[in-house]
Design a protein around this ligand. Structure first.
Ligand code: CFM
Length: 548
């Protein structure tokens, strides 16, 4: 029996088709699983976004794209800070699989700059530590790492067994901080701690805020001084954004955490505005910095030409400075002029083609802008681990139920700093901004920017991807390494939107040009015509073929 997805559409064949696709996907599941999945498979309505069952546990047995809490903390948010040592406390596998697997690029500023990102450090827990405890081995590893590298700071990450046996990583960090005289801090980011890597982002935000933000009050001297939060420099994205901001005269003190140093993070609280790229991974930090130091935040997006222009204009509007506004307009005009011939050429070939995007907690939304730039429509999209607000918009935040899995993650209490809190705008300035229609924290989520009756699929499974390809035949799918080759064996190109398949950057005007060309190339290479998808193969499969 098919599970009910949405109320039956009245005289809307498009909605009926969308609903039928989702029902076909659900048919293979046992009734209980289908009921749960039905809350995560929706037909979109941009006017009144339907409620989605996001950030819930994946049913065991379903092949998910998700990662673990340790990955979100160590790998995503803190790992890219390149001049502190990152030590994984756990068996060697966790350290090994988080070694250089994310393309958060770094380039040294000076010849004597430190970059530890090519190292994988682990306490290499063995049976003995699992039985008798691993705190001594951890302390020893910290000492050893310090003696070899003399870093400015050391960060420790707990893996699953550490939480199970109860090692107190925080007290080890405190002792070592005292012994070595450098900043040492730890994260209880055991893989099982939350339903996905999203919990690790939250834990990381708390730790960065507690142990790094605010340590150095000597800020950079710049007229228009901002941070770029939630930008990790995958394939050089942060560099492309920084280039365009620099042309406008906007200074970035810290990018959290793409190509960033420990010192930059320590003075991040001195800026006047926080701009947030990836809302999912860093919204906690933006909120905490506002509360403690008075830094307001706005959502930005530098993926796509229109989005880049809109974000630059919004930053300029915040500073209420004519000079800056003029320069921003010049940069936008120049960027668009350079981009236009490429965009036109690619649009002529790609217009009308269909994309589907399943990635992370941010890009499934932002990359739709790049596709619409070249006349392509996104027919289905979904996040791996985002929450309801990333789909439905921040206005639903008060209605999100806190379940046992979210209660597991510490909510730190942040208070206004009695000395360092400084309102960045006077009430009059805020009034003027409001009159111009300027809004802070205005993230409206993915659904309101997608067409009516498009498919929204949260935490998509391999089975559902196969059905999507079979039934809706997208011309390209953006996803990750776990799906890439399954999709390509079905004759559909798959662009990896986590790692960018060795290329990038894809942000700002420069990145847009790169992406248009890449999609054009992938769509039009002849190789896909040689692939026969499994459902069109008629030859019987035999297992006893005699070799010639
Ligand atoms: Fe934010 Fe990211 Fe993403 Fe993310 Fe990620 Fe990533 Fe991502 Mo892979 S922080 S939510 S946990 S934009 S690693 S740089 S590509 S899943 S969509």
């Amino acid at each position: 029996m098919a599970t009910e997805i949405t109320p039956p559409p009245i005289n809307d064949p498009e909605a009926a088709e969308a609903k039928a696709t989702l029902e076909t996907m659900l048919k293979a599941y046992p009734a209980k699983t289908a009921r749960k999945r039905a809350k995560q498979l929706l037909v979109n309505d941009p006017e009144t976004p339907p409620q989605i069952g996001a950030n819930s546990r994946t049913t065991p047995g379903i092949i998910t794209q998700r990662g673990c809490t340790y990955a979100g903390c160590r790998g995503v948010v803190i790992g890219p800070i390149h001049d502190i040592l990152h030590i994984t406390h756990g068996p060697i596998g966790c350290g090994y699989y988080s070694w250089l697997s994310r393309r958060n690029l770094v380039r040294p500023r000076h010849v004597d700059d430190t970059n530890y990102l090519q190292y994988a450090m682990s306490t290499d827990m063995m049976e003995e530590q699992i039985i008798f405890g691993g705190e001594k081995k951890l302390a020893q590893a910290i000492r050893e790492a310090y003696e070899i590298f003399h870093p400015k700071a050391i960060s420790i990450y707990s893996t699953c067994p550490v939480g199970l046996i109860g090692d107190d990583v925080h007290s080890v960090a405190r002792d070592m901080k005292e012994e070595l005289g450098i900043n040492v801090f730890a994260f209880s980011c055991e893989g099982y701690k939350g339903v996905s890597q999203s919990a690790g982002h939250h834990i990381a935000n708390n730790g960065v805020f507690k142990h790094m933000i605010g340590l150095n009050d000597e800020g950079d001297k710049a007229e228009f001084n901002i941070n770029l939060l939630g930008e990790y420099n995958i394939g050089g994205d942060a560099w492309a954004i920084d280039d365009v901001l620099r042309k406008c005269g906007i200074h970035v003190t810290a990018t959290l955490s793409g190509d960033v140093t420990y010192d930059q993070v320590c003075k991040a609280h001195t800026v006047d505005l926080n701009t947030v790229m990836c809302h999912r991974s860093i919204n906690y930090m933006a909120e905490m910095m506002e509360k403690k130091f008075g830094i307001p935040w706005i959502k930005v997006n530098f993926v796509g030409a229109e989005a880049t222009a809109k974000s630059l204009r919004k930053i300029a509007a915040f500073f209420q400075d004519k000079k800056l506004t003029d320069r921003v307009e010049e940069v936008i005009a120049q960027g668009n002029a350079e981009l236009k011939p490429i965009r036109d050429e690619v649009t002529a070939r790609c217009k009308g083609k269909k994309a589907a995007l399943f990635v992370g907690g941010s890009r499934a939304h932002s990359y739709q802008h790049l596709f619409s730039d070249i006349g392509m429509e996104t027919i289905a999209a979904g996040y791996e681990f985002a929450h309801r607000d990333d789909y439905e918009g921040r206005s639903v935040l008060p209605t999100i139920k806190v379940d046992a899995d979210s209660r597991n993650i510490e909510e730190i209490t942040v208070e206004q700093d009695p000395v360092r809190f400084k309102a960045r705008k006077t009430p009059e300035q805020l009034q003027a901004l409001a009159e111009e229609g300027f809004t802070f924290k205005d993230y409206s989520g993915m659904m309101s920017e997608m067409k009516k009756n498009t498919l929204i699929i949260d935490d998509i499974s391999h089975h559902e991807i196969e059905k999507l390809v079979e039934l809706r035949k997208p011309d390209i799918i953006c996803s990750g390494i776990k799906d890439k080759f399954i999709i390509e064996k079905m004759g559909i190109p798959c662009k990896q939107l986590h790692s960018y398949d060795y290329s990038g950057p894809y942000t700002a005007f420069e990145g847009a040009a790169n992406f248009y060309r890449e999609i054009d190339r992938m769509l039009h290479t002849k190789v896909w015509s040689y692939v026969v998808p499994p459902w069109l193969k008629t030859a019987p499969v035999t297992t006893d073929a005699t070799p010639e």
